[in-house]
Ligand binder design. Structure first.
Ligand code: 6PG
Length: 464
């Protein structure tokens, strides 16, 4: 008998199946495309003894003990169809896990519908790409906690480990796992964009070569910026295009794709009355990047950006990136807390940060401190206000300010770095400027405002 079934033997489904097989878990695998199952079994080598090919879902279910656990690894557009086909064949207590990058709102809907039929449903965020899935992903799980025991040993066995601790956790009911994965991706977008902006400052402002910029990122592999994204950026900038002999990064088109998770993060933040502005800037920058023709026309029309300035000190840029990264993570955490309140998830932010410490794309040395700060309780819900981080920001914000100022002065786009600074400057201002907004709203819409002495919902002395 197999312990778990996997439907979908594409890149991620195959990698997770092999990971489970390697950990001694017997897996029944099914795919609509029988050839894909065959390829997986062939690839598995000796691990094939832990894989059972199931040509139909009936065969897959027959290979599983009850209650059955089935992991669905199909493109997000196909999840409903797979569930619709599977659910009638299941019995109360069985568990379906959607391990794709699904919108958490779909996960909530699916969970509610399946739970009415007595079935369990998990939305599971899987981070780390194919390599992570094969050798140790970070797994963010949401659904009914009662069902966690059914698969906990399997999922913790295949997950990445941080100092021996598995990076897999049940985080809350219904869409909690997929939401945490969505925010993970939002933070991933923000971090990637800020790294790209720093690259732009060096390439276009300081006229440095890819190799020179790569060496700077290499130097950040240790220390407070140490992270997977910094590591791969160093590698990328050092790589050569075999066809042309030029730096690989110089021959790649400057239009970034996006599948939706960054956008969902931003949309949900706005729906919750928040704004994850650093993530928003990153989503916007990707959208703008795809408008290549408009940018070409703009380049012909307007004076070129400054450039040619001396290279900013590497330490200065590093401190700027660190400050902005902390703010990006902070916005992600604030958003998770709002969603947790809105959807009644009782989300353990520290646990989420802990399982991001290995396996996932945003893994970073900072996450130890982030988890610690979240465990101690974030003052006013702000990561940046936690003692470890306020101290770090006091040290690094002046660099972020100088780097952003210099870039703006040169006409170099730094929307995410500037958004981070704008957020920070707002959140350290005891008296903001929304008093004027309130007065304006009252003038044209009689919306009312509160006085600073506590008198509420009044109107102003505005003349005609
Ligand atoms: C991960 C990644 C992964 C995938 C994203 C990329 O955590 O392993 O986030 O889920 O690479 O879907 O999203 P975009 O295509 O939108 O950049």
């Amino acid at each position: 008998m197999a312990r778990i079934g996997v439907i979908g033997t594409g890149v991620m489904g195959a990698a997770l199946s092999l990971n489970m097989a390697e950990k001694g878990v017997a897996v029944a695998v099914h795919d609509l495309d029988a050839a894909s199952i065959g390829r997986l079994i062939d690839r598995a080598g000796p691990l094939a003894e832990n894989l059972t090919a199931a040509e139909t879902t009936e065969a897959l279910l027959a290979a599983l003990p009850t209650p059955r656990a089935i992991l669905v690894m199909v493109p997000s557009g196909a999840v409903d169809a797979v569930i619709d086909g599977l659910a009638p064949q299941l019995a109360p207590g069985d568990l379906i896990i959607d391990g794709g990058n699904s919108d958490f709102l779909d996960t909530r809907r699916r969970e509610a519908a399946l739970s009415e039929r007595g079935l369990n449903f998990f939305g599971m965020g899987v981070s780390g790409g194919e390599e992570g899935a094969r050798h140790g992903p970070s797994l963010m799980i949401g659904g009914r906690q009662e069902a966690w025991g059914l698969v906990e040993d399997i999922l913790t066995a295949i997950a990445a480990r941080h100092e021996g601790e598995p990076c897999a956790a049940w985080l809350g009911p219904d869409g909690a796992g997929h939401f945490v994965k969505t925010v993970h991706n939002g933070i991933e977008y923000a971090d990637m964009q800020m790294i790209a902006e720093i690259y732009g400052i060096m390439r276009d402002g300081a006229r440095q070569s890819a190799a020179e910029i790569g060496a700077m990122f290499e130097g950040w592999r240790t220390g407070p910026l140490s992270s997977y994204l910094i590591e791969i950026t160093g590698q990328i900038l050092a790589a050569e295009d075999p066809e042309t002999g030029r730096p690989a990064v110089d021959v790649i088109r400057d239009s970034a794709g996006q599948k939706g998770t960054g956008r969902w993060t931003v949309i949900e933040a706005l729906k919750l009355g928040q704004s994850a502005s650093v993530i928003e800037a990153a989503v916007a920058a990707r959208a703008w990047s795809s408008r290549a023709e408009a940018r070409q026309a703009g380049a012909a029309l307007f004076a070129p950006a400054g450039g040619g300035a001396g290279a900013p000190a590497v330490d200065e840029l590093g401190r700027a990136l660190l400050a902005a990264r902390i703010i990006g993570f902070g916005q992600g955490l604030t958003l998770m807390r709002s969603a947790s309140d809105a959807f009644d998830w009782d989300l353990d932010l520290a646990r989420a940060a802990e399982i991001w410490r290995a396996g996932c794309i945003i893994r970073s040395v900072l996450l130890d401190d982030i988890a610690g700060a979240a465990r101690a309780g974030l003052p006013e819900g702000e990561l940046t206000h936690a003692p470890a981080f306020s101290a770090m920001l006091e040290e690094t914000i002046p660099s972020l300010r100088r780097v952003v100022l210099a870039a703006l002065g040169q006409g170099l786009p730094v929307p995410a770095l500037a958004a981070a600074l704008g957020y920070h400057d707002t959140m350290r201002q005891a008296r903001g400027t929304a008093n004027l907004i309130q007065a304006q709203r009252d003038v044209f819409g009689a919306h009312g405002f509160d006085y600073i002495d506590g008198r509420a919902d009044r109107h102003g002395p505005w003349g005609a």
